[in-house]
Design a protein. Sequence first.
Length: 161
Amino acid sequence: MPFTPIHLGPGLAFKAVGGRHFSFMVFGGSQVLMDLEPLIGILLDKSVLHGATHTLLGASVIGGIATVTGKPISAFVLQRLKFPHMPFTWSAALSGAFLGTYSHVLLDGIMHSDMSPWWPFATGNPLLSRISMDQLHTACFLAGVFGLLGLAVGAALKRRA
């Protein structure tokens, strides 16, 4: 499945730590942009699903696109939903986009053999199987749980103040 929701676990942890300086929405959008290539590859029955977009160079390009498109789209959605939020800044969009794309390369690099994260500077995947798939999914899940707990504690402290 090209759009892996387990990638959002670390995003929740980043949001708990970064607060208003990190956009979880842009982070999520960058995850989707990263996985357009595998989706197209699946539809076209390609042998390599994780090519140029799943490199640090590709992640940098997609991070830029996610920043520029994610800020106005996210601000519009939050406004339309009348969701209370801090002012939406370019730095929040930037951190969400680039933490999203770079963490995506790291996480997918651990589990996909068709990646070359350092391309065009080096081929191969030194990240592959550094930890088991179960350990990776557990770590992402726990990051999400701790992120949610951190956000809940932060909201409770804010209400008490």
